[in-house]
Design a protein around this ligand. Structure first.
Ligand SMILES: Cc1cc2nc3c(=O)[nH]c(=O)nc-3n(C[C@H](O)[C@H](O)[C@H](O)COP(=O)(O)O)c2cc1C
Ligand SMILES: Nc1ncnc2c1ncn2[C@@H]1O[C@H](COP(=O)(O)OP(=O)(O)OP(=O)(O)O)[C@@H](O)[C@H]1O
Ligand SMILES: [Mg+2]
Length: 510
């Protein structure tokens, strides 16, 4: 097998190690699943091109190990029977498209072209075919690699299959070492300065490879394999604007005319299986709501998610775009269940990368007590993270765009962290203090049926005042709450209610 031979004859020891590991993963997968049960996700990119040749070699070695023929008796050629899937998109580069088709024809790939989004396409495929595992060219630096291992089940909400990532631990350098050592074809765009290829809308040549000819000032690009620092592989990817401006305090009215929603809003996310099991009672969340409320912020949503990267990522993704700020706590630290930070990285579509500054803090804090790889904890979402230092905090607070990670695990710790956070946000100009809320609460012995109609009228008449009611018990009194930022309006709403009933029907409570 020419690939195997090329790597074994090379004197690049690092490449040989990476190659052997990848072949091992492929062979493990082929031992676990039959050929009909696996598929290869190929898109003509450099990583999937590497994977194609690794799979060819791995399949050959797998068969050779079983003493089975890899030769097609009819065509007398090495056959590659692993089903290949290509999600073709109208926004793919034509060069990528033609390279994918050409490669499929050169290597006689059985390629299914899917013209749907990944999720729907995979649903259809898995319905029709017995596929249980899919090989992907995902590498550790890719945003989508966050939380993945060499064998990772598909995420919740995706059709069930095993994602097999044989080159997960390969670096940019390893990829080019392999393609050049094996002298295999790759897409022509990589010779024109493209270093990582997405769609025509979000990818340009990597500026770090640009050089200008002195004679005619013409700009040209060096080939991708000359990029000196693989960490800058995605520099040619145009950033997607995902987050909303911080503290975008809206001054206008909402569509329903109320001021209630047109203020700074926050969402609170707790990460903790134990809260969901009912083993631990979450008191941090309610204190945080009170704290936010005390500075005039409306909490739009409180949720608890599992200690699972995809659950955290989904929740952060939902909340970050609909709130000025998201506060998240739980699942922060070095334990296997501490996945909050990785989940945030996934929500923003960025990778986790070592943060030297944070590592320095951890070194002071943990010192020599760390038995494992301390660097793991110093990995933070790349390009979106800010450390917020305060003298009273041993480790800075971590802010990823509009998501603030709190490390407090109980109310006493939250009290301290909150005071520091508020000071920091004020001094950084990040916190627009909005007017505090004013509220009035009235208890009544009227039944809910008696109060209902009048309360509905009040809600319509005072859209700028939050009017709510709750019961302390099914048969007991109801407590009516008026809340807002204009004291006079709150008073007016309360008076309007009292006037509709006999004197003494309501009593104000604190
Ligand atoms: C075969 C295949 C399987 C995938 N499985 C998952 C998955 O289990 N969970 C997930 O969040 N994304 C999954 N994805 C999506 C990728 O993680 C990622 O969103 C995509 O490759 C990035 O492309 P984009 O930048 O065009 O969105 C899968 C993609 C493919 C092609
Ligand atoms: N449109 C697609 N069709 C099939 N597989 C895909 C598609 N897009 C992504 N994949 C799978 O996801 C993997 C990771 O994609 P990614 O874009 O990071 O890598 P690549 O395209 O191989 O290389 P590059 O980083 O240079 O773009 C691919 O190697 C491939 O296995
Ligand atoms: Mg790509």
């Amino acid at each position: 097998m020419e690939i195997d031979k090329a790597v074994r004859e090379s004197d690049d020891i690092r490449l040989k190690t990476k190659y052997n590991n990848a072949i091992y993963v492929i062979q493990r997968a082929l031992a676990l699943y039959s050929v009909e049960e696996v598929a290869f996700s190929f898109n003509g990119g450099k990583d999937s091109t590497v994977l194609l040749h690794l799979l060819r070699a791995g399949y050959y070695l797998h068969k050779a190990g079983m003493n089975l023929s890899t030769r097609d008796p009819v065509n007398a050629e090495v056959t590659f029977p692993i089903r290949t899937i290509y999600f073709e998109s109208p926004s793919a580069f034509p060069e990528i498209n033609s390279f994918t088709y050409d490669t499929a024809s050169v290597y006689k790939l059985q390629m299914d072209i899917i013209r749907l989004d990944f999720k729907s396409g995979l649903e259809g495929l898995l319905k029709d075919k017995p596929i249980r595992a899919i090989f992907l060219g995902v590498r550790i630096g890719d945003p989508t690699a966050v939380g993945q291992e060499q064998f990772s089940p598909s995420s919740p909400g995706w059709p069930p299959f095993m994602r097999v990532n044989p080159i997960l631990d390969w670096s940019y350098r390893d990829v080019w070492a392999f393609l050049l050592t094996c002298k295999v074809q790759y897409c022509s765009l990589y010779d024109q300065g493209y270093t990582s290829i997405g769609s025509i809308h979000d990818t340009v040549p990597n500026a770090l490879l640009c050089h200008t000819k002195t004679d005619n000032c013409e700009e040209t690009y060096k080939p991708a394999y000359l990029l000196p620092d693989g960490r800058l592989e995605r520099a040619g990817r145009v950033k997607k604007l995902t987050s909303q401006p911080l503290n975008a305090v809206s001054n206008g009215l909402n569509h329903d005319g109320s001021h209630w929603k047109s203020m700074s809003t926050a969402s609170v996310i707790a990460v903790g299986d134990e809260i969901l099991f009912g083993t631990v009672e979450d008191r941090v969340g309610s204190l945080l709501c009170r704290k936010l409320h005390s500075i005039g912020w409306a909490v739009s949503h409180v949720s608890v998610t599992r200690n699972d990267i995809d659950s955290v990522a989904d929740e952060v993704d939902r909340q970050k775009s609909t709130n000025d700020m998201v506060f998240i706590y739980g699942g922060v630290g070095p334990l296997p269940s501490d996945v909050t930070v990785a989940g945030i990285a996934k929500a923003f579509g960025v990778r986790m990368a070592p943060d030297e500054e944070f590592e320095e803090y951890l070194r002071h804090l943990i010192g020599e007590r760390c038995t494992g790889d301390r660097n793991e904890m110093a990995q933070l979402p790349e390009g979106i993270t800010e450390l917020m230092h305060h003298d009273k905090l041993r480790v800075p607070l971590i802010k990823c765009r509009n998501v603030i990670i709190l490390t407090a695990t109980n109310v006493a710790e939250l009290e301290k962290e909150w005071d520091c956070l508020i000071e920091l946000m004020k001094s950084d100009g990040l916190l627009v203090m909005t007017e505090p809320f004013v509220s009035k609460r009235l208890a009544t012995t009227l039944s809910d049926v008696e109060a209902a109609q009048t309360l509905s009228d009040i809600v319509i008449k005072f859209p700028d005042v939050y009017t709510g009611a709750y019961r302390e018990s099914r048969g007991g009194s109801i407590v009516i709450t008026f809340k807002g930022k204009d004291e006079a309006r709150i008073r007016a709403a309360a008076e309007a209610l009292c006037q509709k009933f006999h004197p003494g029907a309501f009593s104000e409570i604190n």
